[in-house]
Write a protein that binds this ligand. Structure first.
Ligand SMILES: *Cc1c(COP(=O)(O)O)cnc(C)c1O
Length: 378
């Protein structure tokens, strides 16, 4: 039996939008074209060769020589969970820095691993306070993990990953770092900064479609995974099992890789390599400054103090008397422009304007400024 509603459905054709929210961001045609190439088997030698290239390209993006560097076949949230379920065992303690939505999710992850979170709170819109982190490390000897968000997409704040990771090492803890929004958009140096378990996402500053989570693990982190006393509670995310799938030498069936999605990630990383990582960071900064100058001219100010602002995620205060939801829906419906709403306590108070990856372009900055000033002054 087919319902009348089902019979009326035909192919889906999405509207053409400019994506200037907290992700996904604009995907260049080259990446979409790559994804439309023929599907081949995931154990096909040609595909295995592509996977090897992907690992090399990801090491460049992460600035690491970590052997265990690959894309988890799932969105950034699963990259997050992969780090926690592999490094934490029941009874472990983890210090978690919370200064926005994603820090809170880390706390949930720690609890569900049967571990105890030690929470360090900082106000939304401010970075993680390294002094509080050091005090917590001192007060809690034997802490296994220090977890923090490098680029808090919910508030537009960046924290000092280098200093925090150094503290973790000094006190014998492993760092778990959320780099979902920083990878490709602002400086992230996994080896130089000594980060241990880092996860990201395909749809933010890498300009790919959503659904993949690049991760990288230091030798110390891999050692900790291998020395677990209890098996990882997740079968799918257990790195001891996934390792065989992503290693060209061992290559055995674990799950079916999202083949065409990985073509897309490969292409987006080729684009990053062609541009050059440092050039990409500089482009994100340049376009952020253009947007900032333009916004200040029309009386819109930033939530975050200058030194901690993320160039790829601009959290700005909604001007007094301007209707948040009505404005955003006008931008979307009349101008095909998507910007992000505020979350939690910041709902209705801020907009989050993303300039991530391919969306970080001069024409997007100009379009956003023109449309915003037209809509606000009307
Ligand atoms: C987007 C985001 C995530 C989650 O990624 P999904 O792909 O939506 O699962 C995690 N952390 C941060 C900082 C993010 O911006």
């Amino acid at each position: 039996m087919q319902s009348e509603a089902a019979k009326r459905i035909t192919s889906f054709n999405p509207p053409l939008r400019t994506l200037m929210g907290p992700g996904p961001s604009d995907v260049p045609q080259r990446v979409l074209d790559a994804m439309a190439r023929p599907t081949i088997g995931h154990l096909d030698p040609a595909f295995v060769g592509m996977m090897e290239e992907l690992k090399i390209l990801l090491r460049y993006a992460f600035q690491t020589e970590n052997d265990l560097t690959f894309p988890v076949s799932a969105p950034g949230s699963v990259g997050m969970e992969t780090c926690f379920v592999n490094l934490l065992e029941p009874g472990d303690k983890a210090i978690v820095c919370v200064n926005g939505v994603f820090g809170n999710r880390m706390v949930e992850n720690v609890k569900r691993c049967g571990a105890t979170p030690i929470i360090i709170q900082d106000a939304w819109g401010t970075p993680v306070d390294a002094n509080k982190v050091e005090a917590a490390l001192k007060a809690n000897p034997g802490v296994k993990v220090l977890a923090f968000v490098h680029a808090e997409t919910s508030t537009g704040v960046q924290s000092d990953a280098k200093t925090l990771a150094a503290l973790a090492r000094q006190y014998g803890a492993l760092s778990i770092v959320d780099a979902v929004t920083s990878l490709g958009g602002s400086p992230l140096k996994v080896d130089e900064w000594g980060l241990d378990a880092v996860y990201s996402g395909s749809q933010k500053c890498l300009s790919c479609t959503p659904g993949l989570s690049p991760v990288t693990f230091s030798a110390r982190a891999v050692e900790a995974v291998k020395n677990r006393k209890t098996p990882c509670q997740s079968w799918f995310m257990d790195l001891n099992l996934v390792l065989g799938y992503w290693s060209a030498a061992k290559r055995t069936y674990h799950h079916t890789a999202p083949i065409n999605a990985l073509y897309g990630l490969h292409e987006s990383l080729v684009l990053l390599q062609e541009e050059g990582l440092e050039n990409s960071w500089a482009r994100h900064q340049r376009n952020h400054e253009k947007l900032r100058d333009g916004l200040e001219k029309i009386g819109i100010s930033f939530l975050v103090d200058e030194p901690y602002r993320l160039p790829q995620l601009n959290a700005v205060k909604i001007p007094e008397g301007v209707d948040d939801a009505a404005t955003r829906s006008r931008l979307l419906n009349e101008y095909n422009l998507e910007i992000g709403a505020g979350l939690g306590d910041l709902a209705g108070k801020v907009w989050r304007i993303g300039l991530m990856g391919y969306a970080s372009r001069e024409e997007n900055v100009s379009q956003c400024l023109a449309v915003l000033s037209a809509v606000i002054t009307r």
